[in-house]
Design a protein around this ligand. Structure first.
Ligand code: DC
Length: 225
């Protein structure tokens, strides 16, 4: 990778750790682009659901043919499968769980690698996911691993779902978060893990603004921005 690829900030962490809000805010503050890679795995899960496909080999074959487009407008990641916009479909709780399942298939990850790397080709990118700093952009100039207590993450996720018009029970949100964390961090390929050289931030007792201040401070030190 060349010098441009070092102008990348990766933010990895478990569900509900605040990655999305922070990645968007940091990208906006720096005038860089933002890439939500979870949205890409979610798009595969939606496509599989729409095609009524659930066997691993079928999901892999489907993932290889998909035309996924992702764009960030007004702080929202908009996603298309071909001409069909699936932006709101990808956010349902059932797709959250199914995207975790499809993301554990090595050939699905392989099929989506190029799309993700292509987004980082010109640098000036803030990207969030599970393996951004460890696998997809190992040469990123600045890497964060963001975490928080599961109870706090569940409450943040519940509030986020509420803002999107979905009322969910806190204990159910917590149960699903714990289940998804376990699957995402114990899978064989590219599991959620702390990337080498990452700045680890536990945001349990911090506001998102405090975390953002730390992140921008690190970006200033590393990139002089
Ligand atoms: O970040 P998210 O909750 O939107 O991600 C949905 C799922 O996609 C997550 O449970 C695991 C998977 N994922 C992944 O395996 N690798 C990434 N870089 C991003 C997401």
């Amino acid at each position: 990778m060349d010098e441009t690829n070092r102008l990348i900030i990766t933010i990895d962490g478990p569900a509900g750790s605040g990655k999305s809000t922070l990645s968007k805010n940091v990208a906006q503050a720096l005038g860089w682009r933002y890439l939500d890679t979870g949205a890409i795995y979610r798009a595969v899960a939606v496509a599989a659901e729409l095609m009524d496909v659930s066997e691993p080999e079928q999901v892999v074959a489907l993932a290889k043919t998909l035309d996924i487009k992702i764009e960030t407008c007004d702080n929202l990641s908009r996603v298309w499968l071909g001409d069909r916009e699936v932006t709101s479909l990808i956010r349902s709780p059932s797709i959250s769980q199914f995207s975790s399942v499809v993301s554990s298939y090595p050939q699905v990850r392989e099929a989506l690698m190029w799309l993700q790397r292509q987004q980082g080709a010109n640098g000036r990118l803030v990207t969030e996911g599970r393996d951004m700093g460890s696998v997809v952009f190992p040469m990123a100039g600045l890497k964060f691993f963001l975490t928080a207590d599961p109870q706090i993450r569940a409450e943040r996720r519940r509030l986020q779902l509420l803002r999107e018009g979905r009322a969910e029970d806190l204990s159910e949100v917590l149960r699903l978060i714990i289940e998804r964390d376990k699957a995402d961090s114990t899978r064989e390929i590219a599991p959620l893990s702390i990337p080498k050289g990452a700045v680890v931030i536990d945001s349990t007792a911090m506001s998102l603004f405090e975390v953002e201040t730390i992140m921008l401070g690190e970006a200033r030190k590393v990139f002089g921005v």
